[in-house]
Design a protein around this ligand. Structure first.
Ligand SMILES: *Cc1c(COP(=O)(O)O)cnc(C)c1O
Length: 348
């Protein structure tokens, strides 16, 4: 259990804001036939001539049921990137506050701290890619507002030890953001189930990976009503467009299909991992809880260019700390993976 004074963490200027009230906030349709002359829209129907629902009610209703939360615990953004940016802007005072990130990890936390002029305090993961709890707690000070835990982590593909995460949740006096972009590919339980135990917990997920909708830009965060209300104050009113809301709703109403694609990817992940282990120039294949595999090779940059020449694009992670000579392979379709393996055998 951790009880953090959330309002005490909010930026001074944000505390005083009330959410922008759009035409679609002031009058919510109850389904009866009304004449809408309130938003200066073009009245001729084409499917998208009306402003979208700023609170994405239909989508939240279905997602809340699937995730076992209330709709008031959900906030959507234009990709997780916008959700993460809103979290920075709600809690971090430029030039004063700091955030803690754990490289090697997702690059956007650092990019967003730069954009928002917030000090990014980096605490390396241990050699087995776990959070170094003592080092993190030694780095924290009274201006540390956010701690980013990416689990399963990108690019290392592992889920973090849950005792370590629990300890950080219990001890850190700021907001703990757990980025679960890859949770659907893991056997670990989502931290969403712990929302009621930790009022300083934000869990972010995305429609870009397991849901297969990177192109519609839809990210989501789950948090206490208190945190979601703060984020709602600074969210652009129409940040999730009508086409995105519609496509996302169709997709999660067909969740069996999403799950079956995830199962296929998991089968392919296993096959790919096995195939990688057969190659002479592969030094190590890391365990994966995600839809990609990190592998250490003899010379990542050379191998990367050899693959590129043969038309296969992977990610070279060699410049990341603790990731010297690693390549990151996204798990593709069966035939894409077969092509990758063929090419890897050619250059072996
Ligand atoms: C891919 C990824 C995301 C997704 O970002 P979107 O903006 O929602 O596409 C978030 N976090 C991590 C760690 C990722 O790897």
């Amino acid at each position: 259990m951790n009880k953090v004074d959330i309002i005490g963490l909010v930026r001074e200027n944000v505390k005083g804001l009330s959410p922008y009230s759009s035409a679609r906030d002031e009058y919510v349709s109850d389904g009866s036939k009304m004449v809408f002359l309130d938003a200066n829209e073009n009245p001729f129907e084409n499917g998208v001539n009306r402003y979208p629902d700023p609170q994405q009610r239909s989508l939240k209703e279905v997602l809340a049921k699937q995730k076992g939360v209330n709709a008031s615990n959900i906030l959507f953004g234009n990709g997780s990137d916008e959700v993460l940016d809103l979290i920075f802007r709600a809690f971090c005072e430029p030039k004063k506050d700091n955030v803690i990130t754990l490289p090697p990890t997702y690059g956007m936390y650092k990019v967003l701290s730069g954009i928002n002029d917030i000090e990014n305090r980096e605490v390396l993961l241990t050699s087995d890619f776990e959070p170094d709890v003592d080092a993190i707690l030694n780095t924290v000070d009274s201006n540390s507002k956010l701690l980013f835990l990416c689990s399963p982590n990108n690019p290392t593909a592992n889920s973090f030890n849950s005792d370590s995460v629990q300890k950080l949740l219990n001890t850190f006096k700021g907001i703990v953001v757990i980025d679960e972009a890859y949770i659907d590919f893991s056997d670990e339980e989502s931290w969403i189930s712990k929302l009621s135990a930790f009022n300083n917990l934000i869990v972010t997920q995305t429609f870009s990976k397991a849901c297969g909708m990177a192109g519609i830009r839809l990210g989501v965060c789950y948090a206490s009503d208190e945190i979601v209300s703060v984020l709602n104050k600074i969210k652009p009113p129409y940040n999730v467009n009508e086409l995105t809301q519609k496509r996302a709703l169709d997709r999660i109403l067909d969740i069996d299909r999403v799950n079956s694609e995830v199962s296929d990817i998991l089968i392919e992940r296993k096959l790919l991992s096995k195939a990688l282990l057969q190659l002479k120039f592969i030094v190590k294949v890391y365990e994966s809880d995600a839809n990609f595999i990190l592998a250490k090779v003899d010379d990542a940059t050379e191998r990367y260019h050899q693959l590129l020449k043969k038309g296969v694009v992977v990610r070279n992670r060699t410049t990341q700390p603790l990731c010297e000579n690693t390549l990151r392979f996204t798990v593709g379709t069966k035939s894409e993976n077969q092509r990758l393996i063929e090419v890897l055998k050619d250059i072996n």
